[in-house]
Design a protein around this ligand. Structure first.
Ligand code: ADP
Ligand code: ADP
Length: 229
């Protein structure tokens, strides 16, 4: 089943008198349960692509179908709703709220819903356990290692059971051991059938995915199945 379809997606930015073509006709079909990496040199359009995938911006032309829904022309308010309901985000810098505990950080996306507090708490504790933070439930971010903080962010991204999890350089701030630990969490999520899209500069990270998409000058240069040794 297709989860993400891009049909001839273009994105143009106006820079004063100059038009910058950040994406120049990208067509993609991503199925449920795929684990995708997106790579390519600086300026090739990775951030633009992630912003579009994440419904933070709209294509200039072309179609984006997320699940069954055409989100290409949606107004901002609806896009914001789609983000909350269908997408999970993981960033290089974790983006946790420093004053909140592990459990409270995981609960944040649930504040947007009218769900009973006890229920939110149960969900957050279960997700904290899922990412191996059962002994750190009430710690604040500053009391955690980088890898642990990123695990909080992963748990938070899962809280609305998103269709797609989008990760932007998720291991970019981590030493190699913590990075490997995070990649193991992604492997687990992949095993559980989650759809993951990860933007990275790191070949080793990209090769954990089962499909590698390489962009160049705003176009798909290659899109290949990753062979596992
Ligand atoms: P990457 O993430 O691969 O480095 P980007 O998507 O950031 O690539 O950028 C692709 C191209 O679009 C670059 O030429 C960049 O300068 C341009 N670009 C990106 N964002 C904007 C913007 N908001 N305004 C103008 N140009 C932009
Ligand atoms: P604002 O309401 O200030 O415009 P946004 O809607 O742009 O904020 O959301 C900011 C961040 O919070 C985004 O990363 C978005 O994915 C996330 N977010 C917004 N609503 C929800 C929600 N209901 N559940 C989970 N995350 C949400």
């Amino acid at each position: 089943k297709s989860i993400v379809r891009f049909e001839d997606v273009r994105k143009t930015y106006q820079m004063g008198p100059v038009l910058v073509e950040a994406l120049r006709g990208v067509t993609l079909d991503i199925k449920q349960g795929e684990y995708i990496s997106i790579m390519g040199p600086s300026g090739c359009g990775k951030s633009t692509m992630l912003n579009l995938l994440g419904c933070l911006d709209r294509p200039t032309s072309g179609r984006y179908l997320l699940g069954e829904e055409d989100v290409s022309q949606m107004p901002d308010d609806d896009l914001s709703g789609v983000r909350g309901a269908k997408l999970g985000f993981i960033f290089q810098s974790y983006n946790l709220i420093p004053q909140l505990s592990v459990v409270e950080n995981i609960e944040v996306p649930l504040y947007y819903q009218d769900r009973p507090e006890e229920e939110s708490r149960e969900i957050a504790i279960r997700l904290a356990q899922l990412v191996g933070l059962e002994k750190r439930l009430w710690h604040k971010p500053f009391e955690l290692s980088g890898g642990q903080q990123q695990r909080v962010a992963i748990a938070r991204s899962l809280v609305n059971d998103p269709l797609v999890i989008l990760a932007d350089e998720p291991t970019g701030n981590l030493d190699s051991n913590s990075g490997t630990e995070i990649l193991r969490v992604f492997d687990d999520l992949h095993q559980q059938g989650k759809t993951l899209i990860l933007v990275t500069h790191d070949d080793d990270v990209a090769h954990r995915a089962d499909r590698a998409i390489r962009l160049r000058d705003g176009q798909v240069e290659s899109d290949v199945k990753v062979s596992k040794a």
